[in-house]
Design a protein around this ligand. Structure first.
Ligand code: FMN
Length: 187
């Protein structure tokens, strides 16, 4: 598959995570377009902005917000290709900002795109075997879902990879999918 990985990172945690995701995708034979949204736009991905799968990564800003660089990139992406169905989000945050705001940008982004993919949330910088395994499993699951969707529709997986559901006041897709629920397998 042709995969676009775009991420926003202030101090490097999300960049580390994005690099690990990219390495896994490439190790499994996929072609990755790589965009650091803080300094690059969609044009970095080449002449054709269309990809088989979009992986968007972000840190979370004040009170659960999406960083402005990622918001700008999302506006550019939507103007170019619409809201892709095959889109998953990953990122880093800190629980010390409050459980309701932890990795809040990812919930907002997933809701905006009506993404049915599991979310990958990592606390601060990825470290240790546990995080490495979590990232590898998430990447493998997302690739498997996208591969079996073959560019077609997918629907809701009921929870994120960390076992936290969406906040009650948030919209979230209510479709079901024929695939096994990867979030449940990874819980
Ligand atoms: C001003 C500011 C506000 C933050 N607000 C939140 C927040 O609401 N929720 C959260 O989970 N993390 C929050 N964080 C923590 C960052 O998201 C976290 O440290 C992240 O790993 C940084 O990623 P980066 O190194 O890729 O920039 C905040 C950090 C800063 C500097």
């Amino acid at each position: 598959m042709r995969i676009l990985v775009a991420y926003a990172s202030l101090s490097g945690n999300t960049r580390d995570l994005a690099r690990t995701v990219r390495t896994r995708c490439e190790a499994l034979g996929h072609a990755v377009s790589w965009i650091e949204t803080d300094i690059e736009g969609l044009a970095t991905a080449g002449d054709d902005p269309h990809h088989d799968l979009y992986l968007l990564g972000a840190w979370t800003d004040n009170a659960g917000r999406t960083p402005p660089e990622m918001k700008r990139f999302i506006a550019e992406l939507v103007a170019a290709v619409g809201k892709p169905e095959q889109l998953a989000v990953f990122g880093t945050g800190e629980t010390q900002w409050g459980e309701e705001y932890y990795c809040g940008a990812l919930r907002r982004m997933a809701a905006f795109f009506d993404s049915g993919y599991p979310r990958l949330e990592i606390e601060q910088m990825p470290h240790g075997e546990r995080d490495a395994l979590k990232i590898q499993r998430w990447t493998d699951d997302v690739l498997a879902i996208a591969g079996s969707a073959g560019g077609g529709a997918i629907g809701r997986v009921g929870n994120d990879i960390a076992g936290r559901g969406p906040a009650p006041d948030e919209p979230f897709p209510e479709k079901t999918i024929p695939h096994a629920d990867p979030a449940r397998r990874l819980a």
